[in-house]
Design a protein around this ligand. Structure first.
Ligand code: FMN
Length: 248
């Protein structure tokens, strides 16, 4: 019996140490993830900031209720990804509409807005996510004041293979996005990542050897900027914060 006591006490001590360490590290991990997300929001908009939190004070965060595309008030601490784990704060995406393979979509989503001194849009960033080959890619897409011209794209989390799908992080590939156009003349999302050589303003070169990840990126852009994502809300934001027409 005594021979079992010492290993048992050692096991309990180790379990306590591991649990305490895991809890104390989790808070720091969450802080780092938040910091990384903020950095990527700024990078997508082409901003390299020394003081991320200070730069964030220039951003107006709007929250969209996807049910009616109305603007709603939310706490700064609101986390749209966490919202997808709760049935009260998220909605099942119907299979036929789930082109980004989300399964659930948060009921309320943030849009990050930079306003100029005339209180009209300078640029916006919207969150995007969707399935690649091995898992969900999480990122941000930035648009110019016309809410159609792309400024940049950034991903802060994914499970794609280094050298293949993980090339979504390659700066040369991300540079291809700047100046591309999102919406065609009929209003739908026309921008696509294509295999082979991209032509014109609506195509981006696919990642070589990673067509499945490339398709995933196309699909998430299509979903989040389309009519089931931020598309209608962006139109509303444009009418509220677009360039003001001078009164005659
Ligand atoms: C170990 C391994 C990892 C792979 N990782 C990826 C990946 O991250 N993204 C991707 O699109 N394809 C990946 N592929 C390749 C896909 O299976 C598929 O062949 C590829 O997407 C087709 O692209 P291509 O037509 O440009 O060659 C991987 C293949 C293997 C064997």
């Amino acid at each position: 019996m005594r021979s079992l006591l010492i290993p048992l006490l050692a096991c309990i001590a180790c379990a306590v140490i591991v649990s305490v360490t895991a809890v104390s590290v989790r808070e720091k991990q969450n802080e780092n993830l938040e910091y990384d997300k903020k950095t990527k929001i700024l990078l997508a908009a082409g901003i390299i900031a020394e003081n991320i939190d200070e730069e964030f004070t220039n951003i107006t965060t709007l929250y969209i209720d996807f049910k009616n595309n109305e603007l709603v008030e939310m706490e700064d601490s609101y986390d749209p990804i966490k919202a997808t784990f709760n049935q009260n704060t998220s909605t099942l995406v119907p299979k036929e509409k789930d082109i980004a393979i989300l399964k659930r979509r948060e009921n309320i989503g943030p849009v990050y807005l930079w306003l100029n001194d005339k209180n009209s849009i300078d640029k916006v960033v919207v969150p995007i996510r969707g399935y690649g080959l091995w898992g969900t890619l999480y990122g941000y897409l930035s648009l110019d004041s016309d809410l159609n011209t792309v400024r940049g794209i950034e991903f802060y989390d994914h499970k794609e293979t280094p050298g293949l799908g993980a090339e979504v992080e390659n700066q040369d590939w991300k540079d291809l996005w700047e100046g591309k156009l999102l919406y065609g003349s009929h209003g739908g999302v026309q921008l696509k990542v294509v295999k082979g050589s991209a032509k014109g303003k609506y195509q981006i070169n696919g990642l070589s050897g990673a067509t499945l990840t490339s398709n995933g990126v196309s699909n998430m852009i299509n979903y989040w900027l389309g009519s089931d994502g931020y598309g209608p809300a962006l139109k509303k934001i444009k009418s509220l914060y677009g360039p003001q027409v001078a009164m005659q």
